[in-house]
Write a protein that binds this ligand. Sequence first.
Ligand SMILES: NC(=O)c1ccc[n+]([C@@H]2O[C@H](COP(=O)([O-])OP(=O)(O)OC[C@H]3O[C@@H](n4cnc5c(N)ncnc54)[C@H](O)[C@@H]3O)[C@@H](O)[C@H]2O)c1
Length: 431
Amino acid sequence: MSNMTRKEFLETLGVIAAGSVAFPWLSGCTTEKQRQAAGEKARLGIIGTGSRGQFHLANLLLDPNAQIVALCDDYLPHLDAASALCPNARRYTDYRKLLEDREVDGVIICTPLHLHASMTMDSFAAGKHVFCEKAMAYSVEELNAMYNAWKAGDKVLMIGQQRLYDPKYIQAMELVHGGAIGQVVGIRNYWYRNNDWRREVPDPKDERRINWRLYNEYSRGLMTELACHQLQNGSWAMGGLQPSFVQGTGSIMYWKDGREVFDNVAAIYQYPNGVHMTFESIISNKHFGMGEQILGSEGTIDLVRGVMYNESLERRTVLRQLLEQIEQGVLSSSAFAGTSWASEAASTSKGIRFADNVRVNDGSSTVGAAGDGSVELIHAFCLAVISGVQPEKMVEEAYWSTLLALLGDRATREGGRIDIPDYAGSVAQIH
Ligand SMILES: NC(=O)c1ccc[n+]([C@@H]2O[C@H](COP(=O)([O-])OP(=O)(O)OC[C@H]3O[C@@H](n4cnc5c(N)ncnc54)[C@H](O)[C@@H]3O)[C@@H](O)[C@H]2O)c1
């Protein structure tokens, strides 16, 4: 891409200097901050010690800047499981009691979606820093209330969007913002699984508590649980530009087991410059797995695999093959006149791997390092609690991921086109 084209491209996105504005949330983990925090520990309480709560707990027990002082869950089997990992932490079944604990500097909220906003706002009111799992909130109203409560106060807020701290995503976005794939012309996200998305329920009376993801009262289904992570790629690749509208569809077509949320959804988001981003999820076929791709006029980035493909190299390869075939007499030169030689099949190029040791993680593991940015993210929260320094633009990134997920969910349920309000300037402006 020529300098002029790149400059114009960046201006279109409202980005003045590539690189300097791309990863502002990492400001909270600079070497200087880490030096200041060395030897200090963030005193933390975990609210919701189910699957994700225990995952964070296991990682924080290995973090030199973390001390888990309190645990809370109102479902005893989960509280007991967490206590077994961390016997010295005080136990609470009412999160308000944990919030009264003066030794707790920051809380990590890992409860079902419908509780995120109220628990976060109560935590701010109690003077605590907050890490809250994604999605940020259950409704647009709660999302705005949560954002405004954070903005009005002086406490740190971080949301569980771990891709923002995943080295391979950061490298990928450096390539995108540096112009390596030319102009961004499309963003594709998909997440396929083949399972019922249910958890084992020891006592039938706990069905809704354990399988909260499947019921509208607590969850917005595939859009808030899965899409929320991937839609963030749009804001990030587009330099903070947000879509103007979303259209969607969804249904319960396979897992007809009493669930209320869709088992398949598709949503298309269109940006003001005409680019569109897709999200599709089906949980009764997993052949294509999880995919996130940034398509550019000069190349393609596969975010999940950490590989970049160059369009012009591939064009040259096709042309070279053609010339060789003509030289070998396999094709006559008149083949140029037609299109029969030009294969429309997907490229088989191996591309250029830009990130090593890539491990694909869907966030479902319960203990141990995930290799997906989760460990870096929760460590950054510890540093933020110790220093009181809010990682810049992190909340805005999470705000938009959740807003797009919530409006996408509305589009899939209503089946129409939902306009995306221009919040820039009034609520959460990213860049
Ligand atoms: N960032 C990621 O990759 C990722 C991965 C998995 C889950 N998550 C998110 O983490 C959150 C929790 O998911 P999960 O899979 O751990 O669910 P889970 O059901 O395993 O755990 C939720 C826990 O919250 C507890 N809880 C519910 N109401 C409570 C209350 N009023 N007070 C105290 N505890 C209460 C439940 O008893 C349960 O133990 C969700 O928002 C989910 O989207 C994020």
